[in-house]
Design a protein around this ligand. Structure first.
Ligand code: GLN
Length: 487
């Protein structure tokens, strides 16, 4: 059992299949680690101990009978945005503090089918709105690399848990950067698949045209193993795409000799921290050493991505969150006087400040008289942003740059300044607007804090992104670094 908690999923899977360790032993180890460290990190909202041990025992029987799949018996954590039948599902909101999901999301159901063991539900920004995990009703999450800093958001609990080796992998969701930015800030590999690649059924909606679930792992090799489970068409999600799912593990070792990498000049401008820029430059040099060819490209509408997103995402969120009214779903106020009182007090008490801000912006931009000026305009700019990528992919295979402009910031540092906070997703948001796949991989450190390299791919080109990430991870070991306090 020595250092089992620092092993990758690929290593754990091999150990389970060889019978070197049982799923019950592994699950117990991680549950103990969660109990020891969660009081400090606050990365789990719910621990599902009894359920995990029962699932682990079932996985051990399956492995013994010789019908284990790659993830059978492997413990993982799920972001508390996925409905998990019979388990509290809060989206980190007071609104859903008492919500026990009556059904299972497709994504988590696929993990159950594969025999993976859910350790618990991870903390996040409320309704996935945030970049620091400070908007959670259950309190802020700490970054295992520096407990005074944020882990990033909104999948902050998932990355904090994986970085601290309390779970060997976790799920996340990414509407504007919520897998990639926290993965970058905590030194992990995170993949946001192409929009439509992973089912959104049972994933609590924030902005439906942008939301997409993906894996958070140590390595690209592990991300491929999770994608093999998560990806695929689902008739219960009308936006899920019915096209073949490749074996994401099959092409990891392909040569990247001659790979054409585009560096968007807009991603290296004044807003980028110098120390982060130096790490990214070194990573690009490493790719050149591996045989890739680098050229400068332009994504000319980059500066419009954040303002456009903050029209589109709030518009969709104001619509999606209208279901939380104290009647159909969610917290209900005490002693309502009439229907109006019931709606206003239930929503007033149930939602936190950031969610209210988004609902108000969204309602405003959709209202008669402002729709054309804001919402329609934003949709047009969204097209221009997608076109920039389309043009770029005519001459390059992969786009690279920083995932975030800075390393992890201090808790509280940006909490009262929403615009500065919104800008931490400046390099990730356009990817969601275009619906493209992108990953963040660990590329080094700046003053002891992890830096993420973003790889953006063409539609449904996740296999190539994982291949390109894997080759780098074979030549470097940034992705295997463990924060000292959690070794
Ligand atoms: N940080 C962005 C926001 O606050 C993106 C969040 C996300 O991807 N869920 O909306």
């Amino acid at each position: 059992m020595t250092a089992m908690h620092t092993k990758t999923i690929a290593q754990l899977s091999a150990a389970l299949h060889r019978g070197e360790v049982s799923s019950v032993e592994l699950t117990t180890l991680f549950l103990e680690r969660i109990k020891a460290h969660n009081p400090t990190l606050n990365c789990f909202i719910t621990m599902t101990e009894a359920q995990a041990l029962a699932a682990a025992a079932a996985a051990d029987r399956r492995l013994k009978a010789g019908d284990g799949a790659p993830l059978t018996g492997v413990p993982i954590a799920h972001k508390d945005i996925f409905c998990t039948a019979g388990v509290k599902t809060t989206c980190a909101s007071k609104m859903l503090d008492n919500f026990i999901a009556p059904y299972e999301s497709t994504c988590t159901a696929k993990f159950i089918e594969a025999g993976a063991v859910m350790l618990g539900k991870t903390n996040m920004d409320e309704f996935a709105m945030g970049s620091s995990n400070e908007t959670s009703y259950y309190g802020a999450v700490k970054n295992p690399w520096d407990l005074e800093r944020v882990p990033g958001g909104s999948s902050g609990g998932s990355v904090s848990a994986v970085a601290a080796r309390l779970a060997p992998a976790a799920t996340g969701t990414d509407t504007g950067g919520s897998i990639r930015q926290p993965a970058a800030l905590c030194g992990l590999t995170g993949l946001k698949p192409t929009y439509g690649r992973v089912s959104r059924f049972g994933m609590i909606a924030f902005a439906s045209s942008l939301d997409q679930a993906g894996p958070i792992t140590y390595s690209a090799e592990d991300a491929a193993l999770l994608m093999n489970v998560m990806a695929g068409f689902d008739e219960r999600d009308s936006t899920s795409v019915d096209c073949e799912v490749p074996d994401y593990s099959a092409n990891l070792d392909n040569s990247i000799e001659g790979l054409k990498i585009g560096l968007p000049k807009e991603y290296f401008d004044g807003g980028l921290d110098d120390r982060v820029a130096r790490v990214i430059d070194a990573a690009v040099k490493e790719y050149e050493a591996l045989g890739a060819v680098v050229k400068e490209i332009s994504l000319s509408n980059t500066a419009l991505a954040v303002p456009t997103y903050y029209v589109v995402a709030p518009a969709e969120c104001s619509t999606n969150l209208s279901r939380f009214d104290g009647v159909r779903f969610g917290h209900r106020c005490d002693d309502p006087q009439d229907l109006f009182d019931l709606y206003t007090r239930s929503r007033g008490e149930g939602f936190g400040a950031e969610v209210k801000r988004r609902i108000m912006i969204g309602t405003y931009v959709l209202s008669a008289g402002y729709y054309d000026a804001y919402y329609l305009k934003a949709q047009k700019i969204r097209r221009l942003i997608s076109d920039d990528f389309r043009t770029a992919f005519e001459t390059v295979d992969v786009i690279m740059g920083p995932t975030a402009p800075t390393t992890a910031f201090k808790l509280g540092e940006k909490a009262d300044d929403p615009v500065t906070m919104y800008l931490s997703d400046i390099y990730t948001i356009a990817v969601n607007m275009a619906g493209l796949p992108a990953a963040s991989i660990p590329a080094g450190f700046a003053d002891g804090l992890p830096v993420g390299l973003q790889l953006i791919g063409n539609y449904f080109d996740e296999s190539r992104l994982l291949n390109v990430a894997h080759k780098y991870q074979q030549a470097t070991d940034w992705h295997l670094q463990v924060p000292t306090a959690f070794k």
